[in-house]
Write a protein that binds this ligand. Structure first.
Ligand SMILES: Nc1ncnc2c1ncn2[C@@H]1O[C@H](COP(=O)(O)OP(=O)(O)OP(=O)(O)O)[C@@H](O)[C@H]1O
Ligand SMILES: [Mg+2]
Length: 226
């Protein structure tokens, strides 16, 4: 199986009141095409920090994040923006849908940002909303959707641009037990079927069995659980 991501010796230090706080001390792992990883760890252990580094939202203090063998932090700023737009999809704890737009418009948005004018963005978006089970909710604004439905729209939005990696930061953190399980199953299933790598930080131990690998972040180090 070919390797999609290789994370090598990531360190992240935040300066705080004159003293440095070392949040990530040594984080290394690999992810193959279409495989999934769950990352657990106590609150404050650095899960979101790690996902932000992987998502190129923040540079590591040192270390490399190689995508198909090439360190993304060696790219120029505009190439990094292009990488983020075309290769990555994000799902967060709170849906971050645009409140004044319908589900269909929210899911179309990444395609418009990518500059996809050849195919019909709304057709592609509709197709993804169908895949997350929301074909009959296309015209609903976020306020007119349940929490589980809002996360399904967020998943469709993350997938619509044909990313190669999905980064999910506690995507079920705001849902009840049953809804959390359904949303997690959907996300793992769609990632696997579409051969998209999935890296998910979660507190929900009921869903980590769905991941191909599980890691724990502790004291700045990433330990393999299985
Ligand atoms: N921009 C920043 N500047 C300084 N410190 C930061 C910054 N971002 C995060 N931290 C610190 O890094 C540590 C890890 O935070 P992070 O949000 O990554 O944890 P987490 O594992 O995602 O926690 P949770 O499970 O609560 O979401 C915390 O101690 C936090 O205060
Ligand atoms: Mg977090």
């Amino acid at each position: 199986m070919s390797e999609l991501v290789r994370v090598e010796n990531i360190k992240k230090v935040f300066p705080k009141n004159g003293t440095d706080v070392s949040v990530l001390k040594e984080v290394s792992f690999g992810l193959d095409v279409g495989q999934s990883i769950a990352i657990v760890g106590q609150s404050g252990s650095g899960k979101s920090t790690l996902l932000q580094v992987l998502g190129t939202i923040m540079r590591p203090t040192s270390g490399r994040v190689c995508f198909r063998g090439k360190n993304i932090f060696d790219l120029s700023e505009s190439e990094i923006v292009g990488f983020r737009r075309h290769k990555l999809g994000f799902v967060f704890q709170f849906h971050h849908l645009l409140p004044d737009f319908t589900a269909l418009e929210n899911v179309s948005m990444p395609l418009l940002i990518q500059g996809n004018l050849t195919d019909k963005p709304e057709k592609i978006a509709e197709n993804w909303l169908d895949k997350v089970g929301l074909k009959d909710r296309l015209d609903h604004a976020p306020y007119a959707l349940s929490g589980g439905e809002q996360q399904r729209v967020a998943i469709a939005r993350a997938l619509v641009g044909s990313p190669e990696i999905i980064l999910a930061d506690e995507p079920t953190g705001n849902l009840d037990f049953e809804r959390a399980k359904e949303v997690a199953e959907l996300l793992f299933d769609l990632a696997r079927k579409n051969k998209i790598g999935l890296i998910m930080a979660t507190h929900n131990l009921e869903i980590i069995h769905m991941a191909d690998q599980v890691f724990r972040l502790k004291d700045g180090y990433l330990e393999k659980v299985r």
